[in-house]
Design a protein around this ligand. Structure first.
Ligand SMILES: *Cc1c(COP(=O)(O)O)cnc(C)c1O
Length: 430
């Protein structure tokens, strides 16, 4: 039997960095990642047979518990009908109807295979619809790895940012403006400097890719008003928050209707499935009826759509999100209380089945404030918890996730382990 260390060495010889997505390599916290052999309920099991309580949940995709029996049964049935046809299917129509019904701002919906594709397509659509080029994104938000969105903040409004990845030409981000999350003044100023030039503003309505950061109500309301006034398409990137924070997504909780919405993660229940939708007038600009081209060989894959439909059925059960939100706050309130009792400064937040904890004495409102958190303390906490069988996201810039099967027994166990860990952290700190 291979150990995680041995397999990581082998992996690095044939896969760049040993992983197929960078954050999995533990590059931010150090050490060797574990290789998952299987998952069940609220747990992952690695190739050495060690069990971990899983608070990453496939980065939010898993909301009904790993290897859910209902989902498995329906996917198994679908498999027998073949994996992909390259023709339309009834399943896709059922799925789109359901999404339109659950998210009132979505009149029409199109499926793709990843969140990256969904946001990339939504941006192209917004540009095609408005016949404008400029877009605004916010510092600390992640919208997948398409060229125009891989950008670091520049200094000030007049200078545009720089690509945050090599291989992205400066020209590709020349029309992307990066602003600070929750900075209403800067937003107002941006629309003043670029009147009638901004095609879209894309935002994570609750940010989850710089840890969890909420918008202030003033900021998000101003954003909606400014977009409406300027004829700019407001894109809520709900790839993470969609069907994660509430059945109707972040837009339901915030009471704000975007023009376009992107979804992913939860809607595929772990299968490669994502999509984007919104106002019919905008969506009808897509090929084959409109001039904005967008396509995909595996888009609307019948197996993935079946998994998605099964998940959508499960999350519509009575009080599903109420119970999820209660579990998340039970975990976060408990963690904060224990940390403080053990002399460690920690603040926490949660929305639906998504949570954040910060080694800092206040809940951050921007990327700059997230950065003020104690990175060294987080990294030690991460490894001490991991050693004891609890898997939190391997970076202090990621939100955490729970599923419907993370019950009070699982949470109590987590908190008991956390108490031991905070004791150790305190002893090491003083
Ligand atoms: C995960 C994520 C994406 C990218 O989705 P992929 O499926 O990884 O391409 C885009 N936007 C947000 C908000 C995300 O959390």
């Amino acid at each position: 039997m291979l150990t995680n260390k041995e397999l990581f060495e082998q992996a690095k010889l044939c896969i760049p960095g040993g992983v197929n997505s960078p954050v999995r390599s533990f590059n931010s916290v150090g050490g060797t990642p574990f290789f998952t052999a299987r998952a069940e309920g609220s747990s992952l099991f690695d190739i050495e047979g060690k069990e971990y309580i899983d608070y990453v949940c496939s980065w939010g995709a898993n909301i009904v518990g790993h290897a859910n029996k209902t989902v498995i049964a329906r996917v198994t049935e679908a498999l027998a009908n073949g994996f992909s046809y390259g023709t339309p299917t009834e399943l896709e129509v059922v799925f789109a109807k359901k999404i339109c019904e659950l998210v009132p701002s979505i009149d029409k919906f199109r499926l793709v295979s990843s969140g990256t594709e969904a946001v990339m397509s939504a941006i192209r659509l917004a540009r095609g619809y408005t016949r404008r080029n400029y877009i605004i994104k916010f510092n600390g938000c992640y919208h997948g790895h398409s060229d125009s969105l891989l950008i670091k903040a520049g200094s000030g409004l007049q200078t545009f940012g720089n690509p945050s990845s090599s291989g992205v030409p400066e020209e590709a981000v020349r029309h992307t403006l990066v602003l600070e999350y929750n900075d209403t003044e800067q937003l107002v100023e941006a629309f003043r400097v670029y009147p009638e030039a901004i095609a879209a503003v894309v935002i994570e309505p609750f940010a989850g890719n710089m840890n969890l950061v909420r918008p202030t109500s003033e900021f998000i309301q101003q954003l909606r008003e400014l977009c409406t006034k300027n004829g700019t398409v407001l894109v809520f990137d709900e790839v993470m928050t969609g069907f994660r924070v509430a059945l109707g997504g972040a837009q339901q909780l915030l009471g704000i209707k975007p023009d376009l919405t992107t979804v992913g993660k939860v809607i595929g229940g772990g299968m490669p499935l994502a999509g984007f939708g919104g106002k019919a007038e905008i969506m009808d600009c897509l090929a084959p009826i409109g001039g904005v081209y967008q396509a995909g060989t595996l888009s609307g894959n019948p197996v993935a759509v079946t998994a998605g439909l099964a998940v959508l059925d499960l999350i519509q059960q009575q009080d599903f999100y109420l119970r999820l939100a209660n579990s998340a706050s039970l975990l976060m309130d408990g963690l904060k209380k224990i940390a403080n009792e053990e002399g460690i400064s920690l603040s926490v937040d949660s929305v639906g089945g998504m949570f954040g904890f910060y080694f800092s004495d206040r809940v951050p409102q921007s990327f700059a404030e997230v950065k003020e958190g104690n990175q060294e303390l987080f990294n030690r906490f991460f490894h001490l918890m991991l050693d004891r069988g609890v898997f939190f996201a391997p970076s202090m810039y990621e939100a955490g996730f729970i599923s419907a099967v993370h019950d009070s027994r699982v949470i109590d166990k987590t908190l008991a382990i956390a108490r031991d860990v905070f004791k150790i952290l305190y002893t090491q700190t003083v």
